[in-house]
Unconditional design. Structure first.
Length: 221
């Protein structure tokens, strides 16, 4: 007999706010990537916002809600390969949180985003300069600007794969990941976990965010 599905809370509020603020800041940085003057300052602001969110997510991956923690979704490579084979045959099991491939995609996005931001901070060309470019010789700052553009291209590819994955899960598995990241809840099989994963003390999020702002300000000020 088929077990009825149920809706459970998965993504805590800080995780959801992180996700959508990251989308906004990345979109803003992309829209102003070729700008000068005051719009370039907006580009720098967006980069600082992204860096702050990355640092927050690193903290939140340790002290956040159940399904936001790295130990919950960063799986060993044999498990990732096995899931990839199952996915190729359309027989992959559904996961309440991130699936094994999705977990590593989170790490890849965070790592590449960090690379984009830090190279941008140190990069400079004839017209614009990042806030930390003065620490490098002009030739090195120019090289950082070139690396910044290259890593941004890699980021674009990763974002594309991420979006394709969302579409795939929606069309093939009927798993609406976008709605889940908006509402915080997912529909899972009735035999899914009974313990909610989205209840978390917001004081921890406030502390993590405060530490993130303090650390990033210490770097860029």
């Amino acid at each position: 007999m088929k077990t009825a599905a149920k809706t459970i809370p998965v993504w805590d509020l800080p995780t959801r706010l992180f996700h959508w603020l990251l989308v906004i800041f990345v979109a803003l940085a992309w829209a102003t990537s070729e700008a000068e003057g005051i719009l370039f300052q907006l580009h720098v602001f967006a980069g600082i916002g992204v860096l702050t969110l990355i640092v927050f997510r690193l903290f939140w991956g340790v002290v956040g809600g159940r399904y936001a923690r790295f130990r919950e979704f960063v799986r060993p490579w044999p498990e990732v390969r096995g899931y990839g084979r199952q996915l190729a045959t359309l027989s992959a099991p559904r996961h309440v949180g991130h699936n094994p491939l999705g977990g590593w995609m989170v790490l890849a996005l965070l790592g590449v985003l960090g690379g984009v931001v830090m190279t941008g901070m140190f990069g400079a060309d004839d017209e614009v300069a990042g806030p930390l470019a003065y620490l490098l010789a002009p030739a090195w700052a120019d090289a950082m600007a070139e690396v910044h553009e290259a890593v941004a291209t890699v980021l674009g590819a990763l974002v594309g794969f991420h979006l394709l994955g969302i579409v795939f899960h929606a069309l093939i598995e009927g798993d609406n990941l976008t709605r889940a990241m908006w509402t915080g809840s997912k529909v899972v099989p009735g035999e899914g976990p009974r313990l909610p994963g989205a209840r978390v003390g917001l004081w921890r999020a406030a502390l993590a965010l405060s530490l993130s702002i303090f650390l990033v300000w210490g770097v860029v000020a």
